[in-house]
Design a binder for this molecule. Structure first.
Ligand code: ADP
Ligand code: MG
Length: 257
């Protein structure tokens, strides 16, 4: 891939909490349209990495630049993520799903998606009475994508854990992000739900650039070519799953898990 296809430049990120370095000189680059998996033992800094890139956590040092539109090569339109707040980062096209599903339980599945759509950019449009036909079509196609069409009018609280995870991914998609970050999307899912999530990610791949943090090795093997192993806040190894799983440094990092 050419240099110019990079959509995320992360260089030398360091974050400490009371002197403990949760990220320690973390550097990586993400290409447009790729799906990159991040693995690593508990406490390696994976969630902190996403916290930094979505404006939740401030860094000690380093840089993180995002290219909102990969076709626009003007470096002046690159965004310095470390100077932005959470809302501007979301509006710039970075959608993040947290580890625990957080949907609005007391409204329906379709209303959750509608809310996500209306909250994008212009909070005033939240008061408009009806979605236009293009928006309604988009909502219906998203429902289909996340396999919840038959649950559209059910309360979100009635969904299974896995279905809530998909609904939250659907809410992300309603905001049409160009970069999607998923923190442990299949945690707590049944094997059938995991298979369905693999299908969903196959569909999203290529349309979006995706970062996934996961522990489930079979899942990672199914979705990703390129895997980054984080340990103690930095990149320990990078490569395909076979090369990662036979790497002595990686095996050692996971001992005691
Ligand atoms: P991972 O997601 O890889 O399991 P985290 O990024 O959640 O790891 O955490 C990395 C380290 O930073 C852990 O030791 C964790 O306890 C610590 N940490 C994360 N967030 C905070 C915080 N807000 N305050 C203090 N320590 C934190
Ligand atoms: Mg985590």
């Amino acid at each position: 891939l050419k240099n110019s296809d990079i959509v995320l430049y992360v260089e030398n990120l360091t974050v400490s909490f009371d002197g403990f370095k949760a990220l320690n000189d973390l550097t990586f680059y993400l290409n447009s349209g790729e799906l990159r998996c991040f693995i690593g033992p508990n406490g390696a800094g994976k969630s902190t990495m996403m916290d930094v890139l979505t404006g939740k956590t401030k860094v000690d040092s380093g840089s993180a630049w995002f290219v909102p539109d990969v076709k626009d090569k003007n470096p002046r339109n690159m965004l310095n993520l470390l100077e932005m707040d959470e809302v501007s980062i979301a509006n710039a096209g970075i959608g993040r799903k947290f580890q625990k599903p957080s949907v609005f339980e007391t409204i329906s599945v379709a209303q959750n998606l509608e809310l996500a759509l209306r909250c994008k950019r212009n909070i005033l449009s939240a008061y408009r009475a009806k979605l236009d036909s293009e928006q309604s079509d988009f909502l219906l196609s998203t429902l289909e994508r996340i396999k919840l069409s038959d649950k559209a009018n059910d309360l979100a609280s009635s969904l299974s854990h896995g279905q809530k995870q998909w609904l939250e991914i659907g809410m992300l998609l309603m905001q049409k992000p160009s970069l999607i970050m998923l923190d442990e999307p299949v945690a707590g899912m049944t094997p059938e739900e995991i298979d369905m999530t693999i299908d969903l990610l196959y569909e999203l791949e290529g349309e979006n650039t995706i970062m996934v943090i996961e522990h489930d090795m079979d899942f990672i093997r199914a979705i990703a070519n390129q895997v980054v192993v984080l340990n103690q806040g930095t990149v320990l190894a990078e490569g395909d799953m076979d090369c990662i799983q036979s790497n002595p440094k990686v095996i050692e990092a996971y001992l005691g898990e």
